[in-house]
Write a protein of this length. Sequence first.
Length: 495
Amino acid sequence: MPTDANPELNAAKLAAPDTKMTSKLWRTLVILLLAQFMMAVDFSILNVALPEVGAALGFSLGGMQWIVTSFALTAAGFTLFFGRLGDYLGRRNLFIGGMVLLGLSSLVGGMAESQTVLLSARVMQGLSTAMVTPTALSLMTTSFPEGPLRDRALGMNGAIMSAGFTTGAVLSGVLLDLLSWRWLFFVNVPIAAIVVVFAPMLIKEPARDPKAGKMTLDMPGAITVTAAVLSLVYGITALGNHGLEAFLGIESMVLSVVLFGVFIVIEKRSAEPLVPLNILKRRSVALGNITGLLAFATETSLVFLMTLYLQEVLQQSGTVTGLAFGILGAGTVLGGVMASRVISLIGHRGTLLAGFALQGVATAALILLTTNPGSIPLMLIATFLGGIGNMLAIVGFMTAATSGLPNKQQGLATGLAILTQQFGITIGIPIMSAIVSARILSQPDLDALSAPERILGGVLFAIAINVALVVLGFLVALLLRPDQAPDGAETVTQN
């Protein structure tokens, strides 16, 4: 029977989600993933090189942290602002502008001959990250219809970002050995140029809200929330240190709380708020971002703990450490590839639960680590499996936090999701570092233990806390409603 003679069949075909990845969608996805890969590389590429960069430009031991902190502050602080700005000015234009800024700032950073120039370049790199990351993700969620295609794109995005984070750590050592620290900046320049040239041809600007041209950006809200986020990130980073910076960290945290309170008041009174507070009443957005925060904080801090274990407890080289993280990276890539299929089978709530469950069991196995190098195979297997679980949880979070929303709010939703990601990456390591230090000092018979035994005791205790946070993520995911069809999603309105 011809299909046009069967209206019910035609209606079913129209309602069915498209599952075919066209060549045009592939090209769009590739250019967006290339940009996201470079953003992820920038998060980790300078970590190994800090001593050499610091020595070359005369940074003090305490001052070297600002090479990383200046980037993290601006990347996290301006993410929500640029995510929302893309809704007004156009996401493609902001995405391309961010890539131009990345190329220029990386060129300046690689040529820097003073601390001021280097730190300025790092601030500009952070701003480019805040521009590119949320707009690339919102371009992805608006280019790919909700359902299997979007799940697949988000899964590949999660996999490529994890691969980029791991590649940054490995690439750092290779470039330092073969060339110099300056190439850790220069490597961005050709990639940024490729994206800038091809993005206008491959990426289509999503349909704009017809009211967008008449809307005004909530500048009081934007300034207040940016200052609040900057204060919060600085406070968390400073509390991981000692002395005066720890005191300033407490003051900064208090200031952040006050600023967030002022921001909420501004948003309630604004006719066109930067963040329509009703979006946070949506369970998938609020709880989804909490699970994302826990997923990112636990896995990035676990990398830090395993670095301590390999280098300070087992006295392994940087090369061995890099190869070990390659195994973890392979697990996250596999988890990202699997994620879309898992979501299609059990939904984003089920994927979050399965991911946290696998990550929790694998991380708990690390409590069995000892000072014997024979524990390395256990570590590799556990981190590989934990990487799979963590990536399933991350893609589940991204899907939950951006599903069922209109295109005009995708920039806001993805901005919130990326802000959650930045927070998780930023707060995990200082918290676990403080836990390790406190545990080492509180161990009984401290003087009778060797240095590796002391550090191992702190690492194992921090791993136990890490497992507890993963369990908390699992419990929060349980509170999410079972997945609904897109046409059953509730409408989010502005105040």
